[in-house]
Design a protein around this ligand. Structure first.
Ligand code: AGP
Length: 607
């Protein structure tokens, strides 16, 4: 996905736009650019690569003007070159865009036949050329924008500025978020509240199909029928400080250290301290009547969903399916109308997960989403939402949001087990107690990072790494492998430990570290056997376990990371932390860009 900002005020726009883009860079960082109105004309500065390249260009060649728009790009159509960098435009209009214009080819052919000259291969330029064509037909900017928006198909958040109109910015949203910020004699547009946090906490969100006309004092909102509407202005709890790195070297390091607080906040909100019973917000459906749960998500969020599937079936005894959203949305499984669709997403804008949600709705499922952004598209499309309250997660690799999702899903499982009268309150209280011990144990893991740092030196030398787990820890093996891949660029695979003998054991030799997520519990001995098989073939066995488990595997382990003992129910949450720490320390050794790994973006809002 991309990030867009807009400013209309009295101070120079360029530094404000750049600061807003800095806060959006985690959304995409292939190229960046801004456009301002200078003496009524549109001027642009664009640069390939990270935002720092644009900042250097602006230092060398400043851009005046108090009205402007900016963009940081994760390339979808067209290579990440300066030519394809936003803003796109003509002498009359400049546009920045997040999303995909799905009918761009058809519009482009029509516009070219009408004499419009395209200079890029991007879908975004189609918007600029369409508005330009309408302006050339003597339409006023507001009318031209409204007509153009009516022609666009696909997903977009847009901001436009117009030559000769320094008092005007127009924004539009359909399938990708856009927020209006209210300043003093200054108004803002941003892809989310994060971008606007240093400027204002007074925010109003557009709804899908909305467009908005800004001048420096106010915002006029219109709906998809071009009728004036009111969109509520609210105060965000985001401040500039909340989204800084503090004393940490990377956002990811800061967010790793937030695990204890975030898990604690979730559990204290979802477990009654007096009764020790799980509590859920009001939902517009009867949980006890749910016959089946269908989970869908992407990436780490999917691994949280996989863990939840294990919990829901083993503890709440409810049939549960889980599938990655990019597969689920096209599989189109028939679903029972009394089912629950359960979506998991940090940012709440992931295109595939939104499509899975829409399919579940078409199958008349009750829709519950586990989200970290309550104003997101997914929140608005759901019947109910469980907030992971993890605060902004800026590092592209998901860390605290993942364990917050697990904590929410663990508490939800117990609430469901209780509603379905599967577990007695005594057992539920025992399990909630186990959960409530996690924050302190998480802090212990973070404090004792020496063995993980030492292990990172071994892993950094590897070309291929295997992560093994069983049961609810199998998804944690997947998560460990994903983290290593996405921030250190080392190939890694997460595997069900029991599956090794069905093929992957052929990969084992002395060059392959085999990392086992193996807490003590009913499946420990089975995992231990799998590790013996791998050790017999020369694999480097690395064990993540509690002291008891580690002692049992001492004879084959090349290295061991001792994790505080915990109930097997809570173990996946706790073990997620050291595997993420390991990936972080390996990435440091590899010298990769930890917070903004190559080719990635924080939320994938396109298919
Ligand atoms: C996780 O480290 C990745 N950055 C990625 O897999 C992410 O979890 C996935 O894209 C889903 O994002 P979401 O939770 O915002 O939907």
């Amino acid at each position: 996905m991309c990030g867009i900002v807009g400013v209309i005020g009295t101070a120079p726009a360029s530094p404000l736009l750049l600061d807003g883009l800095r806060r959006l860079e985690y959304r995409g960082y292939d190229s960046a650019g801004i456009a301002t109105l200078v003496n009524g004309h549109i001027e642009r500065r664009r640069a390939e690569g990270k935002l720092v390249n644009l900042a250097n260009l602006l230092n060398a060649s400043p851009l005046p003007g108090v009205t402007g728009i900016g963009h940081t790009r994760w390339a979808t159509h067209g290579k990440p070159t300066e030519t394809n960098a936003h803003p796109h435009g003509t002498a009359r209009v400049a546009v920045v865009h997040n999303g995909i214009i799905e009918n761009h080819a058809e519009l482009r052919a029509e516009l070219e036949s009408q004499g419009q000259r395209f200079v890029t291969e991007t879908d975004t330029e189609t918007v600029a050329q369409l508005v330009d064509y309408l302006l050339a037909q003597d339409m006023e900017p507001i009318e031209a924008a409204a007509v153009a928006f009516g022609r666009l198909e696909g997903a977009y958040a847009l901001a436009l500025v117009f030559a000769g109109h320094p008092e005007l910015i127009i924004g539009a949203q359909k399938g990708a978020p856009l927020a209006v910020g209210f300043g003093d004699e200054e108004m803002y547009l941003g892809s989310d509240a994060l971008a606007l946090a240093p400027l204002t906490r007074r925010i109003a969100y557009l709804q899908d199909g909305d467009w908005v006309v800004l001048n420096r004092q106010s915002a006029a909102f219109f709906d998809r029928e071009n009728q004036p509407v009111v969109r509520e202005m609210r105060l965000t709890n985001l401040t500039g400080a909340a989204i800084g790195k503090g004393n940490f070297r990377h956002f990811m390091e800061k967010e790793l250290h937030e695990h204890p607080v975030v898990i604690g906040d979730v559990l204290h909100r979802m477990i009654d301290a007096g009764t020790r019973m799980p509590v859920l917000p009001e939902m517009p459906f009867d949980l006890a009547a749910i016959s089946r749960i269908t989970i869908s998500a992407c990436g780490s969020a999917f691994y949280a969903g996989l863990t939840a599937r294990f919990w829901l079936e083993s503890l709440a005894k409810i049939p549960t399916d889980a599938d990655v959203a990019s597969e689920f949305r096209y599989r189109e499984p028939p679903l029972e109308t009394s089912g629950l669709g359960l979506l998991v997403s940090q940012y709440g804008e992931t295109a595939d997960t939104l499509a899975a949600l829409r399919y579940m709705k078409s199958q008349r499922q009750n829709i519950l989403s586990v989200l970290n952004v309550p104003e997101s598209s997914m929140a608005r499309a759901s019947d109910a939402m469980l907030d992971t309250i993890a605060g902004p997660e800026i590092g592209v690799a998901s860390t605290k949001a993942f364990t917050a999702q697990l904590a929410v899903l663990a508490a939800f499982t117990l609430a469901l087990a209780r509603a379905r009268k599967i577990l007695p309150d005594t057992e539920i209280a025992r399990l909630t107690d186990a959960l409530l011990q996690i924050p302190a144990k998480a802090a212990e893991v973070l404090a004792n990072d020496a063995p993980i740092k030492a292990l990172a030196r071994r892993i950094a030398e590897a070309r291929d790494v295997l992560y093994l787990g069983r049961g609810a820890c199998f998804p944690i093996a997947l998560e460990g492998a994903l983290k290593l891949k996405e921030i250190s660029y080392i190939h890694a695979e997460g595997y069900a430990a029991g599956e090794m003998k069905h093929g992957p054991i052929a990969l084992i030799d002395k060059s392959v570290p085999v990392i086992a997520i193996a807490p003590s519990g009913p499946l420990f001995e089975k995992t231990a056997s799998n590790l013996q098989e791998a050790a017999a073939r020369g694999g480097q066995i690395i064990v993540f376990s509690d002291a008891e488990g580690a002692a049992k595997l001492r004879n084959i382990a090349a290295e061991t990371v001792i994790i505080p003992d915990t109930d097997p129910f809570a173990a996946p949450i706790l073990h997620a932390i050291p595997v993420q720490m390991l990936a972080y320390y390996v990435a440091i050794l590899k010298g990769t860009d930890v917070d903004q790994p190559r080719n990635l973006a924080k939320s994938v809002t396109v298919e």
